[in-house]
Design a protein around this ligand. Structure first.
Ligand code: NAP
Ligand code: GLV
Length: 313
């Protein structure tokens, strides 16, 4: 049974190679190859051409090669088939590294020290304890929960906000529209790991920014986003960083990617940018994961980590 790989913006060769290693007995093809469309049972995709998947009549399941699925849910012609997303320790661990790195970057004042070093200036600042900082994670899913545990281990006070009620050891849990205001009011460092849905689009705007705590040790809030760029109103963040209402920010995801050269974000002070690399999809680790899921499915077990089309994640 043939596996089709359609990855726009990524090099397909690594995926083909890794999949052939993980499943030497299967045919692995790309959209431009010559193959019988009826032979394709599984599609492994990242931002496939809209409408392409519906041209595969015998497709049984679609695997998103990332944790996020907005690259699929926005396709009006997406076939009505199970969509499986990545839930794998390799990807989760990478995201937790990014969150910890960027929380510490602001907590330990490293934007200041990098600038001081560039200026040849010896300028120590007062440092407070991790326990004095209240981190708030938007999205208490696979990624949010793992990041929360790592931050708790470092001594930060951690809260989380989700759509439905959650219980996570050591984490102060808030949920739903009613839980948002109290969650923001106790948060010095906001970390968004939200999926992009109709409800989360443009969620982090001026009102949310201004509802964050202002009495923390940094003298104002810090904002981190590695969920999806369109959950944040970039112009509102730029303004808040420029006028000092926000003390620092780290962004890995953007409304338009690659971030256009004319974006004001490039020149905004106290902002650290990474080019959507927080949790890269590793071909070797994720090919093993998907092939394992396909083998389990063919052995009669139900597919796991299915996307709920209605919720959008
Ligand atoms: P997940 O397990 O589905 O978790 C999503 C979390 O967001 C859940 O806790 C969910 O609440 C919450 N949520 C969704 N809609 C909400 C709403 N309207 N209000 C409040 N909370 C809401 O997803 P995940 O695996 O953690 O991944 C999260 C996202 O990270 C992905 O969708 C993707 O966009 C992003 N991501 C980015 C990178 C990168 O490199 N930058 C890499 C991987 C993933 P419930 O628990 O109540 O359902
Ligand atoms: C990357 O952005 C992912 O969704 O895995």
């Amino acid at each position: 049974m043939t596996i089709l790989v359609a990855v726009r913006g990524w090099k397909p060769d690594h995926w083909i190679h890794a999949l052939r290693e993980a499943a030497p007995d299967r045919a692995v093809v790309l959209p431009g190859d010559e193959f019988d469309p009826d032979s394709v049972r599984y599609a492994l995709v990242w931002k496939p051409e809209p409408g392409y998947l519906k041209t595969l009549p015998k497709l049984e399941a679609i695997f998103s090669l990332g944790a996020g699925v907005d690259h699929l849910t926005t396709d009006p012609d997406l076939p009505d088939l199970p969509v499986v997303r990545i839930v794998d320790p390799d990807l989760t661990g990478r995201m937790t590294e990014w969150v910890v790195l960027n929380v510490l970057l602001h907590h330990r004042r490293h934007l200041h020290y990098a600038a001081a070093q560039a200026a040849g200036s010896w300028k120590p600042l007062r440092q407070w304890a991790a326990g004095a900082v209240r981190v708030g994670i938007m999205g208490l899913g696979e990624l949010g929960r793992d990041a929360a545990q790592a931050l708790l281990a470092l001594g930060f006070q951690v809260a989380g906000w989700s759509r439905t009620e959650k219980r996570v050891d050591g984490v102060d849990c808030f949920h739903g529209k009613d839980g948002l205001a109290p969650f923001l009011a106790r948060t010095d460092m906001l970390v968004s790991l939200l999926p992009l849905t109709a409800e989360t689009e443009s969620l982090i705007d001026r009102a949310v920014i201004d509802a964050l705590a202002k009495d923390g040790p940094l003298g104002g809030p810090v904002i981190l986003n590695a969920g999806r760029g369109r959950s944040l109103v970039e112009a509102d963040l730029v303004e808040a960083l420029r006028d000092g209402r926000v003390k620092g920010a780290s962004l890995d995801v953007f409304a338009t990617e690659p971030l256009p050269p004319e974006s004001p974000l490039w020149q905004t002070p106290n902002l650290f940018l990474t080019p959507h690399v927080a949790a890269e999809s590793d071909p070797v680790a994720l090919s093993r994961y998907v092939i394992g899921e396909i083998a389990a499915y063919e052995a009669g077990r139900p597919l796991r980590h299915l996307v709920d089309r209605h919720k959008g994640y």
